[in-house]
Design a protein around this ligand. Structure first.
Ligand SMILES: Nc1ncnc2c1ncn2[C@@H]1O[C@H](COP(=O)(O)OP(=O)(O)OP(=O)(O)O)[C@@H](O)[C@H]1O
Ligand code: SF4
Ligand SMILES: [Mg+2]
Length: 315
């Protein structure tokens, strides 16, 4: 349904080439849940915004194509037509994403009317109530008159999902949708997204730094590092013995086990670096990788249709 081909996004204002996304290729099928994982600053949000045509100066697409339902787009401005119609997006902080001065009912009915201008007021209210029931909001009639600050973070995230559904999208991009919620509410929101995926066959791009969450929710997972895909992996292969890329392995090792003592908590040494023209001929992870050899600093490992990991010395 979606294909991203060799997408590169650079920082236009820089004196040298700085890559925020570099040579990204991936695809999303109908009904698939695709995870995008990576440390903070790896480019997860820029990738999702680029897909919706939402990046602005100083970010600039310098290469690549986006194919949506067999239509190829080289210009990001062409992607506007899909926003709301084909894609909807939900964000990390639902309470900040909702408009504080309009009631939940107003926000839902306005979104429904924007999508379908022929909808009369009563039908819009009926549709809004239906959406609130779909996202399992209790007492939906009462909630129509509530404002975002009256509701908990978990309820507001359900409202965000209802708003995302108002336009009948085929793909929902969820950027850290549960990071701001506590664990029990997190599980409810995830269950809701899974239900929508199953019942409505909505594809989901699920962005998170939480690899264990993605492992339990997604079909396939893209591991991003400094704007490059390190590995594309089926979630069932995210087992220690099946991981090929040292970065994926390191990320997986950072997930604390319930019995881990604090002395054994693992963290990846060093910090994520900027991806620049100086890295044209090296593995971008080489300064942090314990398996790095000379070739890793001389030849950028390839990722292509034959090889789902970018590494000279796969595990
Ligand atoms: N508008 C912008 N102008 C300049 N640099 C930007 C802009 N937006 C993002 N960046 C840079 O692009 C890189 C990727 O940012 P992005 O927000 O996509 O990371 P992320 O993986 O979503 O991180 P997080 O997990 O913290 O949300 C970062 O280095 C960030 O500083
Ligand atoms: S290419 Fe080399 S430096 Fe990069 S991840 Fe593989 S072993 Fe490590
Ligand atoms: Mg982000």
């Amino acid at each position: 349904m979606i294909q991203i081909k060799n997408l590169t996004v650079e920082l236009a204002s820089a004196t040298k080439e700085i890559y925020i996304l570099r040579d990204i290729s991936l695809s999303l099928s109908k009904g698939e849940i695709l995870g995008i994982a990576g440390e903070s600053g790896s480019g997860k949000t820029v990738l999702s915004k680029t897909l919706m045509g939402l990046i602005q100066y100083p970010l600039q697409k310098t290469a690549g194509k986006i194919v949506i339902k067999d239509n190829t787009h080289s210009q990001l401005s062409e992607l506007k037509q899909y926003r709301g119609q084909f894609f909807s997006m939900i964000f990390q902080n639902p309470t900040a994403s909702l408009n504080p001065v309009f009631s939940i009912g107003q926000q839902l009915t306005e979104t429904l009317k924007a999508h379908n201008p022929n909808l009369d007021k009563n039908s819009a209210i009926a549709e809004a109530l239906k959406l609130l029931k779909e996202v399992e909001i209790d007492h939906p009639e009462d909630r129509m008159n509530s404002y975002p600050h009256h509701l908990s973070g978990g309820m507001n995230q359900r409202i965000m999902i209802a708003l995302a559904l108002a336009t009948n999208p085929e793909v929902i991009i969820a950027d850290e949708p549960t990071t701001a919620l506590d664990v029990t509410i997190q599980a409810q929101v995830i269950d809701l997204l899974l239900k929508l995926n199953k019942e409505k066959d909505i594809s989901i791009i699920f962005i998170s730094h939480d690899l264990s969450l993605l492992e339990s929710v997604c079909n396939n997972i893209i591991i991003l590092y400094a704007g490059e895909i390190m590995e594309k992996i089926h979630s069932q292969n995210l087992k220690t013995e099946k991981i090929k890329h040292p970065y994926t392995f390191a990320l997986k090792s950072c997930i604390p086990g319930i019995n881990d003592s604090k002395d054994f908590l693992y963290s990846i040494p060093g910090t994520i670096k900027l991806n620049t023209e100086d890295d044209n001929n090296s593995c971008i992870f080489s300064d942090r990788c314990r398996y790095a050899t000379q070739i890793c600093k001389q030849v950028k490992p390839a990722l292509n249709s034959h090889c789902n990991y970018r590494c000279h010395h796969p595990l």
